[in-house]
Every structure is written in structure tokens, then in C-alpha cells.
Design a binder for this molecule. Structure first.
Ligand code: PLP
Length: 224
């Protein structure tokens, strides 16, 4: 944890940025609730998960362990969302980073929450549909759809770097496209990009939300 924080600070220094502008989300997918509780004890309040119902079960287990009055973690849903699961995810998630199609926006239209659900539109720069994301041509129409949806608050863009392109170049493209998004909604200025292997490049391209798993939590237990 401290080592990764140090590397984040160093990357910010090189990029001439204030580390306070960069939010760290620790990805706990595949790990048991005990790990999330350990991170909570270290003061980590933003946790990332990519699968429902694993995320829901973990959020409930952590909630049951924490004493009343103790702040709860904010759960960031970073994986692909099945349309029919969207409303369930919105019950425990603080944000969804992987909004990538109009049908998903529509599924989130009627959710009932005290505060709007924070969302990021996931942008894809390759044809690997299995990893989710909207192609650049579909970006602005999808952004407009989110902006027309009162139950959602658009924070910005999310990106997972393609395997066949230098991450820095991909992140630079995302940063450029985000200028078009900010013409539609100036407040949608967040960039959720950067994972264990590429967060230095993401910071140099103005990332505001890093989603880091393995570099902090160690090797993940095998998935199901
Ligand atoms: C797993 C995952 C991460 C974290 O990846 P690490 O390489 O473990 O840091 C970030 N974003 C998404 C969308 C993921 O699925």
C-alpha cells in the first residue's frame, strides 16, 4: 500500500500534478471480505469490484462487520454490467465506471436513491467487445443520454488500455476525447484510467481515478 502510494506521488511529481487530484480505488475483486476490512482499517474508503453478485455479497459482509457510526466504504463497480442486474448494482454501488450502452443508461433511469448514482462512460479503443466500452463514434450520443437521465451524475470517462497499443497513447486519446465530453458537461472532467501495470502513464495523461488491484493486494486468488 505505502509502496504504491509512493509510486503515485512520484508519478504526480514528474507530471507536475498534485497527488490530491488523484483518487485511488483499491480493487478487491476475488478477495474475501476480510481483505476489504483490512484495507478499511488502513483508511482506504474507495474499493473496486467487477462482478455482481460477488460485489453485493462483499458489500453486505463488510457492512455487517463494521460498527455503527463507522464510515462505510464506497463501492465502485468497474466490470461489465448486465442490463438486468443494473438496478441491483445501483443499490450498493457508489459509482459505476463501466456505462457503455444506451440500454444500460435506460435501465438505470428509474433507480431510487438519495443521491444520483455517479457514472463514468467506458470508452473502448479496440474491437475487443469482451472488455466492454463504447467505440469513439458512439461516445457523444451516449454521453448525451446519460446527461438526460436525472438519476445519474456523469463524472467523466473510464478506460482500460488495449493490449495492442502503448498505454500512454491510449490514455492520451481518452484525454483528448474527454475535451469533447466537457463541451457538453463541464463538470464531467474525471478520467478513470490506470491499473497496476500502467498507472504512471495514466497519471501523466491526467487520470483522476486509478483502479489498482494486484500491485496492492498481491496475487488474486483464482476466479471461479
Ligand atoms: C481488475 C481490474 C482492475 C485492476 O487491475 P490490476 O491489474 O489488478 O491493478 C482495474 N480495472 C478493471 C476494469 C479491472 O477489471
Amino acid at each position: 500500500m505505502a509502496a504504491v502510494r509512493g509510486r503515485i506521488d512520484e508519478a504526480c511529481r514528474r507530471a507536475g500534478r498534485d497527488p490530491a487530484e488523484v483518487e485511488l480505488i483499491v480493487v478487491t475483486k476475488f478477495h474475501p471480505p476480510a481483505l476489504a476490512l483490512e484495507l478499511h482499517r488502513l483508511g482506504v474508503r474507495d474499493l473496486g469490484e467487477n462482478r455482481h453478485p460477488e460485489a453485493r455479497d462483499k458489500a453486505l459482509a463488510v457492512d455487517a462487520e463494521l460498527p455503527a457510526g463507522e464510515p462505510r466504504p464506497r463501492w465502485h463497480f468497474i466490470g461489465q454490467v448486465q442490463t438486468k442486474k443494473a438496478r441491483q448494482i445501483a443499490r450498493y454501488a457508489h459509482s459505476i465506471h463501466s456505462v457503455d450502452r444506451p440500454g444500460l443508461v435506460d435501465a438505470l433511469r428509474g433507480i431510487e436513491r438519495a443521491e444520483p448514482l455517479e457514472v463514468f462512460v467506458q470508452l473502448s479503443l479496440d474491437d475487443d467487445r469482451a472488455r466492454g466500452g463504447v467505440a469513439p463514434e458512439g461516445l457523444l450520443p451516449l454521453v448525451e443520454r446519460v446527461l438526460e437521465t436525472p438519476s445519474l451524475r456523469l463524472r467523466g470517462l473510464m478506460h482500460v488500455a488495449p493490449l495492442d497499443m502503448p498505454a500512454e497513447r491510449a490514455f492520451a486519446t481518452v484525454r483528448e476525447l474527454s475535451e469533447r465530453v466537457r463541451e457538453l458537461e463541464p463538470a464531467a472532467d474525471a478520467l478513470s484510467m490506470g491499473m497496476s501495470g500502467d498507472f504512471g502513464s495514466a497519471i501523466s495523461q491526467q487520470a483522476t481515478h486509478l483502479r489498482i488491484g494486484a500491485a496492492i493486494t498481491g496475487k488474486r486468488p483464482p476466479g471461479p
